[in-house]
Write a protein that binds this ligand. Structure first.
Ligand code: UD1
Length: 369
């Protein structure tokens, strides 16, 4: 039996990984789940693992927060030690966080194959730590599992053609499944927005929330938006810490709440009139749901969401956000969600099948028990 070491560390990793590890088990591949501990608050970690029906991780490296170097180094050493004690045929990583890059690098150095879920996305902004993580992870990955055709083209432009598989978006597998199992009306009621058109906001990127003036400016615009439709703002711990540190007051109709349960959050996202975000995942989720999204960043690594017509890149520009939100709230909501190829709830099984063929074709002999 082949063994895969699946490494997860931060909130978005769990959502992207769960459909793949589940499908790997159905392919007859043993999965060892290693949590790096990059995220450790229940709301960002264990709550997600439970909601997604993932097994409890076999081990947790407990790296926690720290500088990029400290966090990456902790995962590097931890994954290397884990592989030495528990040999695996392949290391599976997802997304673009520090844990992703570190796990891929640790595996490559000890000659273990690497598969990357959500390979090939590019913002072309090297100042984003995630862009560095994406490019370096893809360079050392053996199997590159892509969510969309633009990712395949990005890899080809970097000379990476071998091992590239377009499998679709595993994050959407998780979304469709949780949405089916969630009582949307109850979620709206619990959040106090039932019967109202509301705006769902998340902002957590250091390039925005670590700068007092940028954060203050966007909060002011959210206050104006809230006069048309109330704003619900589930905030990342980093954002909450900075709002408190600078004593920034939220306008009356902007409601700040702690990070939310995954099921409740997806239900609210599905029912929102508009999403305003700097997250990568929300651009994709809102597109799959057909909910208009304004991305408060200067670049996106997810152009497919813009082509689909659901997402607009407004830039880190309060005036542009004010105008775009006004337009979006005045327009009719989209009737139907766009159909994005392979964002159909079956990406996890396709990714697992690609991993199974990779292991079989490479004639990787199964790890002795
Ligand atoms: C990380 C990812 C980012 C992803 C985000 C999703 C990197 C470089 N960044 O950013 O791509 O979009 O996760 O959530 O990997 N903190 C807590 N509890 C936790 C974790 C963090 O309170 O469980 C606080 C810490 O005080 C820390 C801050 O949040 O200083 C930021 O944590 P960090 O690990 O830098 O990553 P994120 O900002 O979450």
């Amino acid at each position: 039996m082949h063994t895969v070491l699946a490494v997860v560390g931060a909130r978005p990793n769990f959502v992207k990984m769960a459909p793949v590890t589940e499908a790997l088990a159905r392919e007859g591949i043993a999965v060892r789940l290693l949590h790096t501990g990059q995220h450790y608050d229940r709301a960002l970690s264990d709550g997600f693992i439970e909601r997604l029906g993932m097994p409890q991780p076999d081990a947790n490296l407990g790296v926690g927060s720290g500088t990029h170097a400290a966090q990456t180094a902790g995962v590097l050493a931890g994954v290397e030690a884990d592989l030495a004690a528990n040999p695996a045929d392949l290391v599976l990583v997802a997304g673009d966080v520090n844990s992703t890059l570190a796990a891929a690098l640790a595996a490559t150095k000890v000659h273990v194959a690497v598969a990357h879920v959500e390979s090939g996305l590019r913002s072309r902004d090297w100042s984003m730590p995630e862009e560095v993580n994406r490019i370096v992870t893809d360079r050392i990955s053996d199997l590159l599992l892509c969510t969309s055709a633009d990712a395949v083209s990005n890899l080809a432009a970097e000379g990476i053609r071998d091992g590239v598989e377009l499998v679709g978006n595993t994050m959407i597998d998780s979304l469709l499944r949780i949405l089916e199992a969630t009582d949307r009306a109850a979620a709206l009621e619990a959040a106090g927005v039932e019967g109202r058109a509301f705006v769902l906001v998340t902002l957590h990127r250091p390039a925005l929330v670590d700068h007092r003036d940028r954060l203050a400016a966007v909060i002011e615009v959210l206050g104006e938006v809230a006069e048309t439709a109330p704003v619900l703002f589930p905030a990342h711990p980093r954002t909450i810490a900075h709002l408190e540190r600078w004593g920034l007051e939220l306008p009356p109709l902007v409601r700040l709440v702690p990070p939310m349960d995954y099921a409740e959050f997806i239900a609210l996202e599905a029912e929102a009139r508009l999403v305003i975000t700097d997250s990568g995942g929300l651009q994709e989720e809102s597109s799959a749901l057909g909910v208009p999204c304004l991305t408060y960043r200067d670049s996106t690594e997810r152009p497919v969401t813009i082509e689909a017509g659901t997402n607009e890149l407004v830039g880190v520009d309060p005036e542009a956000l004010r105008a775009a939100a006004g337009r979006a709230l005045a327009a009719d909501p989209p009737a139907e969600p766009p159909r994005i190829p392979l964002w159909d709830g079956q990406a996890g099984p396709r990714a697992a099948a690609a991993i199974a063929s990779f292991l079989a074709e490479r004639e990787v002999s199964p790890t002795p028990a």
